[in-house]
Design a protein around this ligand. Structure first.
Ligand code: ADP
Ligand code: MG
Length: 693
């Protein structure tokens, strides 16, 4: 029996104890094989020595020079400063942590080669804590001379450490312990290198590598890995489709009286698009097999009503419906909506979010388990083990792009408890370009609500520099004084939610000061659910005039009287996200405005992107344009689509591969069925594999 690398515990490697193993686990690295697939995010070009005179601030560069002086400076922080000179200029190396030996080593006259980021310091250009080596007089130039891989890290893990570990993993790699599952014939016809070669190369690109190609993610070695990963996904989709044709679901052949009653009490009638999509759903319900349908509809197109109509048909037959939303704010909104629509008809609605505790939680759980509540609305808290349904026959998932495929699967499991497969209805406002939809959602049928309810006025969008912030604030004042309501959305480049919330808090304080007499509220992701709900309720009721928010309000918030939205730093958001945000206004009768308050100066690309927002309000056009402009991902393996979770592939970047991948997957499925399962377990998360045993 060969000791395959995916069964070799990472702790077998030198230098990995329990503490280190825990750190690695944070990166999802558990086995030796995991390390091989832990690819660099970029490479530093250390192949060229840059003359000091040519350095620019911010560069990461290798330089070489002679030490002209080395001394300890006391100042604010004690530091060791070493001045280096070459034929073109000089700079300083600065060490805040250093030993006496180090100081001695860097004595005047020594030649040093070092690498680091060029900063602006008190002495001119400086490098803090460079990696360096002292050059011996007669030693040939070597040492720091490769394309150095830079790996994703986690706290307490250094580049040096992870490089050592990847080295060890590579040393163990043989053709027997990391199996090649793509048959030679298939590899040849798609010109793919072997798996082992591709992996070795990506950890250690050769010096003659085209760095540009590597950056774009279009190197054959990168293609090889993306290809295999995309193939694995494709195979699982083929599998699911084949298997779901054998599954049983409850059959429903008519819309039913409850749906009639629901529609009868609405102050409006459904649009033709809403009726058509409802019809498609009903058609699925009538087949006896589980529905798996994606409903795409632009912001404001009325997806919730379509969901409610489907729910009504299921409830009519005595079964339950689960409605899952990605945020508590949105879940709350759906809860209130469904309650408003269904309780007058005698249908009970329950509610489940993570923060629900104690008696209230017990009560909701009991109502769900007994079937007393026919409709259950919540967040991913619906997955919790303690949640048991009486007979859940339809799972509705809103804003799918926030949920991974496997979460969708987990909810399905809840239905299985009742002995049949639930139908699934997935709703998203993020338009999905066709190629991507084909691949990411190949297991789904899809419908489009391509019509907005009547009476909507398009949002007038303007792009304004933050140098005119004062004017914008006055504009908010005017709108509020006229009885309208406004949003002020804060965004930040950092991924950190804490920082984003901080920024929103600061902005809310400032605006409160500057807008005396206007009632300003604040909502962000770190507030308690109850607090958030209260604020949203007062805004909806008109007690607050201006709502300062983070992007938590991106989805689903519905306050028709809000007709002005200011978005700070819009240049930092994706266009699809901007489109979502903007969709919060333009829901009522008043003409609505959206101010994109960018931080000047704005580059040409940024300008072009924001003007798309000004020119169109069609979500599909915006998505296509965004793809076009953004082109391939900027980072290796960037996973910007959020449709699926990939280890190395990127649907945008690799979309040219998709056709080939589909063909290859079909061929493998037919001719090498025993290769399917190992590929799935190599690439897909565990919970997503169970269908395939
Ligand atoms: P989204 O597709 O963005 O989820 P919603 O379902 O939240 O849109 O609907 C947006 C608003 O439009 C809601 O206030 C809803 O009540 C209203 N609405 C939905 N369908 C219609 C319709 N056919 N006519 C008029 N208003 C509608
Ligand atoms: Mg919605």
């Amino acid at each position: 029996m060969i000791d395959a690398l995916d069964t070799q515990d990472i702790k077998e490697l030198k230098g990995v104890g329990t503490a280190m193993a825990e750190k690695l686990a944070k990166l999802n690295l558990h086995t030796v094989q995991d390390l091989l697939f832990h690819l660099p995010i970029r490479y530093q070009d250390r192949t060229r020595i840059v003359p000091i005179g040519q350095l620019r601030f911010g560069d990461e560069a290798v330089i070489e020079g002679e030490v002209t002086g080395c001394e300890i400076k006391m100042g604010k922080r004690r530091s060791l400063i070493c001045r280096l000179r070459d034929h073109s200029g000089s700079l300083c190396l600065r060490f805040f942590h250093f030993s006496a030996a180090q100081k001695k080593q860097l004595e005047q006259g020594k030649r040093v080669r070092c690498f680091g980021e060029i900063r602006r310091g008190s002495t001119g250009f400086e490098i803090y804590h460079p990696e360096y080596s002292i050059l011996k007089d007669d030693e040939p130039l070597d040492g720091i001379d490769l394309l150095t891989p830079i790996y994703p890290l986690t706290e307490g893990l250094t580049q040096t450490k992870i490089r050592q570990l990847c080295e060890q993993a590579l040393d163990r790699l043989t053709p027997y312990n990391l199996r090649e599952w793509l048959p030679d014939r298939l590899r040849e016809s798609f010109s793919l290198p072997s798996l082992a070669d591709a992996i070795k190369f990506l950890h250690h690109p050769t010096q003659d590598t085209n760095l540009e190609q590597l950056k774009l993610g279009s190197h054959p070695a990168q293609y090889r890995l993306s290809f295999e990963e995309l193939m694995a996904h494709q195979l699982s989709l083929i599998n699911k489709r084949v298997l779901s044709k054998e599954d049983k679901a409850i059959t429903i052949s008519e819309a039913g009286a409850l749906q009639q009653a629901l529609l009868a009490q609405l102050p409006f009638s459904p649009t033709n698009a809403q009726l058509r999509v409802s019809q498609e759903i009903l058609q699925d319900f009538s087949t006896g097999h589980p529905m798996l349908r994606l409903v795409q509809g632009d912001v404001g197109s009325g997806k919730t009503l379509v969901a409610a109509m489907a729910a009504a048909s299921i409830v009519q037959q005595g079964h339950q419906v689960a409605v899952m939303a990605p945020t508590e704010i949105l879940a709350e909104q759906h809860y209130l909506n469904f309650k408003g629509w269904f309780e007058p008809l005698g249908i009970k609605v329950a509610w489940m979010i993570g923060k629900l505790k104690g008696k209230q939680r017990e009560a909701e759980l009991a109502r769900i388990a007994s079937g007393e509540a026919a409709i259950v609305v919540g967040t991913h808290a619906l997955f919790q083990e303690s949640v048991t349904f009486h007979s859940m026959a339809l799972a509705i998932i809103d804003e799918q792009h926030r949920f991974g495929v496997h979460q969708r699967m987990a909810l399905r499991e809840k239905g299985l408890q009742a002995g049949f497969q639930p139908h699934q209805l997935i709703m998203t406002a993020t338009p999905i370009p066709r190629t991507l939809a084909m691949s990411a959602y190949a297991d789904l049928d899809s419908s489009v609500i391509d019509e907005l309810p009547p009476g909507r006025t398009p949002v007038n969008t303007v792009v304004i520099s933050d140098q005119r912030r004062e004017e914008v604030i006055q504009r908010v004042r005017h709108a509020c004084e006229e009885g309208k309501q406004a949003y002020w959305v804060c965004t930040l480049i950092e991924e950190s939610e804490a920082l984003q919330c901080q920024a929103a808090e600061d902005t809310a304080l400032l605006l409160t000061e500057q807008l005396q007499g206007i009632k300003v509220g604040l909502v962000h992701g770190r507030m308690k659910a109850q607090e958030k709900a209260d604020i949203m309720a007062s805004f909806k009721a008109g007690a607050l005039q201006l709502l300062v928010a983070t992007t938590v309000i991106e989805v689903g918030v519905d306050v028709p009287n809000a007709s002005l939205m200011v978005i700070e730093n819009p240049e930092r958001l994706g266009l699809a996200q901007l489109h979502q945000l903007r969709g919060r206004v333009g829901r009522g009768q008043a003409a609505s405005h959206c101010v994109l308050l960018y931080r000047a100066p704005l580059g040409q690309q940024g300008r072009a992107r924001l003007s798309i927002m000004r020119e169109t309000s069609d979500g599909f056009k915006i998505a296509e344009k965004d793809l076009e402009l953004r082109g391939p991902g900027e980072l290796l393996g960037s996973r910007q689509t959020g449709l699926l979770e990939f280890k190395v592939a990127d649907l945008q970047r690799d979309k040219a591969l998709l056709g080939d991948v589909q063909r290859a997957a079909t061929e493998l499925y037919q001719n090498y069925p025993d290769h399917v399962s190992p590929l799935l377990s190599r690439w897909l998360p565990k919970h997503n594999q169970y269908l395939n045993v």
